[in-house]
Write a protein that binds this ligand. Structure first.
Ligand SMILES: *Cc1c(COP(=O)(O)O)cnc(C)c1O
Length: 368
């Protein structure tokens, strides 16, 4: 046997922390011997996938011996039509996560820095670390709202990318349009703004923007979108980026030719036209959020009002115990320690029935 400990990985890997996914249903069933398990941990669509998307993937199955379209043209055309963008302003990726890696590979030198809100989606930091670039955290304020002036003060000569996740995962808060415009006008032209709009379809605030209008207007903005959330295609892995053509051209350079599988492409091209599924998913979500707010208030828990399909709930010093007790009852939520929020959990809005199951389980844990 040779000694494999002498095979040294890149030094940059020392700073990379492994991603912690939400526990899958089968794992909880197996570990805890439970039959009924409700997963409210990964912000998946409780109604399932877009039926149009499922049908398109099924119809495509006989063709999977062929390589997928390297340019994902059908998907791009469907997106361009839906969102009033040009084909050259789009890149289709293996989930939104791949887009974050590609942006990091395309733009980050080791001497560069990214600015990330904190707490937020951890993949931005992963992408920077992978490229050995620096990460500057800018904490959200007390109410988990964006502090635009703090972000602007964090900008240095080294700043290359500012990430704005809106609605933000895990807080559900968003960046109002006027703050986005303040940011766009104040940032130096050499700074790229990545607007992660993975949850845009769930946002109901009048002053919300998904950032696409700024792409159309030619600002240095990349808007990230995914088919994993409202479209319900998380298992297929497909998302996309929209940006001015010159920016897309750089990102395309670092993409593998066949990055998006053929079934995902077929499903996504159909799912983006599925207005009915989007509308019922969003309505169910808005009603579910309200129901959860009510129940939480009655139980005396504070929470952050959310524009997404999850709610960040403050359970206090007992949060970890509550999280484990919910798990034992078959309700999987996300414990906040991964975001440095050990007193919080993030709860995905489920179906009406799933929400009631969660609420009852939580109620059963309270002192009588
Ligand atoms: C889910 C999510 C994404 C993208 O997820 P994919 O499944 O890789 O498309 C991107 N950003 C945020 C904030 C998310 O929550």
């Amino acid at each position: 046997m040779t000694d494999h400990t002498q095979i040294e990985p890149r030094r940059a890997l020392q700073s990379i922390k492994p991603y912690t996914p939400g526990k899958p249903i089968w794992e909880v069933q197996r570990e805890l011997g439970l039959v009924k398990v409700v997963k409210l941990a990964s912000n998946e669509n409780p109604l399932g996938a877009s039926p149009l998307g499922v049908k398109a993937a099924q119809d495509y199955l006989a063709e999977i011996h062929r390589y997928p379209d390297a340019n994902a043209l059908d998907v791009k055309q469907a997106i361009a039509r839906k969102l009033d963008l040009q084909l050259q302003q789009l890149i289709v990726t293996n989930g939104g996560d791949e887009l974050i890696s590609l942006i990091s590979e395309a733009f980050l030198e080791p001497e560069d820095e990214i600015i990330v809100p904190s707490p937020s989606f951890t993949e931005y930091i992963f992408g920077a670390r992978l490229m050995d670039a620096g990460v500057v955290d800018v904490p959200l304020n007390q109410d988990f709202a964006y502090d635009i002036e703090a972000i602007l003060s964090a900008v240095t000569e080294k700043t290359k990318i500012v990430y704005i996740c809106t609605p933000n995962n895990p807080t559900g808060t968003y960046l109002p349009k006027q703050d986005m415009e303040r940011l766009l006008s104040a940032l130096p032209a050499r700074v790229l703004i990545v607007v992660d709009a993975a949850y845009s379809h769930f946002a109901t605030a009048a002053d919300y923007t998904d950032g696409l209008e700024y792409v159309r207007a030619g600002y240095p903005v990349v808007v990230l979108q995914t088919f994993s959330k409202i479209y319900g295609l998380a298992g297929l892995r497909i998302g996309f980026g929209a940006a001015p053509e010159a920016i897309i051209r750089h990102i395309v350079k670092v993409k593998e030719p066949f990055n998006v599988n053929a079934l995902a492409q077929a499903a996504a091209a159909a799912a983006i036209t599925d207005d009915q599924h989007v509308q019922s998913s969003s309505q169910l979500n808005t009603a579910g959020r309200e129901r959860l707010y009510n129940a939480l208030s009655l139980m005396g828990f504070s929470f952050t009002e959310s524009m997404a399909n999850f709610v960040l709930v403050e359970l206090g010093a007992q949060a970890k115990t509550y999280y484990e007790q919910l798990l034992a009852q078959g309700v999987v939520v996300r414990y906040g320690d991964i975001w440095g929020l050990p007193q919080h959990v993030r709860i995905t809005i489920g179906t009406t029935e799933e929400n009631e199951f969660l609420i009852q389980a939580l109620q059963s844990l309270l002192p009588k």
